[in-house]
Write a protein of this length. Sequence first.
Lengths: 496, 167
Amino acid sequence: MFNKILIANRGEIAVRIIKACKELGIKSAAIYSDIDITATHVKLADEVYHIGSSVVSDSYLNKDKIIELAKKISADAIHPGYGFFAENSSFIEDVERAGITFIGPSSKSVKMMGSKTAARALMKKNNVPIVPGSTEPINSISEGLEFSKEIGFPILLKASAGGGGKGMRKVNNAEEFEAAFESTKREALKSFANDDIYIEKFIEKPKHIEVQIIADKFGNYRHVFERECSIQRRHQKIIEEAPSPFVDEKTRKKIVAAAINAAKACNYYNAGTIEFLMDQNKDFYFLEMNTRIQVEHPVTELISGIDLVREQISIAAGNKISFNQEDLSIKGFALECRIYAEDSTNNFLPSTGKILKYKEPNGPGIRVDSGFSENSEISIYYDPMIAKLICWDSDKTKAILRMKRALNEYQIAGVITNQEFLKYIITNGLFINGYYDINFIDSLNLNEISSSENYSADLENAAALLAALNKFKKSNSGGSRDNKTVQSKWWNQNYE
Amino acid sequence: MNEFVVRLNNKIKNIKIIDDSTAEIDGVIVKYQSVNTDEKNILLKLNDKIFESSILSNSNGEVVLSINGVSILANIKSSLEEKAFQLISHSKNVDNSLIEIKSPMPGLVLKIKKQKGEAIKKGEAVLILEAMKMENEIKSPVDGTLKEMYVKEGTAIEKNIILFAVK
């Protein structure tokens, strides 16, 4: 096993990896940018190193600084988490060249799956079904228009180097094509430093179903069942489930077999995810492969009992997968809500600021993977996800009730969060009964949600009274002594 | 100086502090207990319920509270201040129809989609603000005409900067 792992990430995933390191008896080294001095991962790691300013290119996306540091502190492995360098093949090559183990797949596998167009071609060759569309980048508006007319509008424009929902646009008709083509290219260049884009047929009402796979360096492949991530906003997942309520045993057999084929096609090792779109007939199409640990991995961990991060580290260190396929079975149901600092009533606009109050829920069946606490900064520099709230129970209905309870317990103030919005979704009859696809949130009347934000009369009265008491105390200054008298009365009253 | 007018969530509440365990809310007498657990956290017992609360900020009569995890903005005035406010707002003939839209976060003005004088519809994107690696459309909250554009493409802006005005 390794002696010391450098974690080239931040936020909740850095925390998750540090915890795995501690359980394995491996020293954890964290990096942080200026603004992240107050983040949780910095407080937990065995060693912490300031890496640069808050701008990502100077810190978490500065290859040279990170590899230099790993060498200096004698780290024998680097864990990239997700995002940043997780799927960057040139980073992996440089890490390996420095004699350090990358906790992830080979750079070759990443390259094969990194370009979405090349991956589509590879899947087609290996009998993994793909969405109809181009397997080559589209170079001009006229070429794209012609191709789109051939497969029929609506279509999706997608960045070849994209992922995580960024660099993707739906085009309904030929008139919209030019503007969408340009802005997708612009966003692709900015986000992925590559402006290749391609076209896919837009599939009506699909569900997003993905399969967790894991493979070692000895050619052993396992799947850890599927997840459903159809609840998305801005093409980014916010609620994930395992197993998918839509997938029956027969479909499960087919889709996990396709996922294993996909992983074998790129000689994969490490934990990985094969994403599919599934239409109403339960036919599925390869979307992309994520060659890293996934944000939503906890739901899989809760229904399978497998620690995916520990497994990743062990495989990178040259061990075989610790379990056999037949050892696994689906136990119960897990639900994850991503807690974002954003305004769901205003187009999901990110909210920034200092977290002034922070209290996590707990109790039976609750897991919180968080990266921040009171006084942490949610800044413009990084993704506005604060934490992931995961609930387990014996079935979906019970897990939803548990989630609702936990969302009510979760106290975050200082930034706007999507908690109310998440509550609205999980208690929506269509969500409870499985009638939804990836367009679910877009189909909601968001105005109705914003106007439904009515606090209880009790809460309003309490707020008004608090505000008044606060002003009253200020005008009669010297009230600090009074607090003590009030406190003693408080206790007396309880025994009266 | 124990009577206050609190505005929150589009409602007005009249509060009178009678003593350290009795208050009047909109004419109804209530029993309360308030315990400062530390500098900013307060446990408020109102009738038979406990509210875990914090005063997050307090300036110029605008108080931001967190109560049982819900953030609430309350505007507070003493009854005297309220009387003065009523007098001023009645005498002043302010042009209320001009709406200024502020930046919801720091970012970069990527693209300006509407020109000064152009007619715009409610919900129509006026400019694109790039922040957190995402393009965020800043939309007009009302139907009207773009009266003023205060920013230029390519400028980096802070939070709460007035971006444009619609009438």
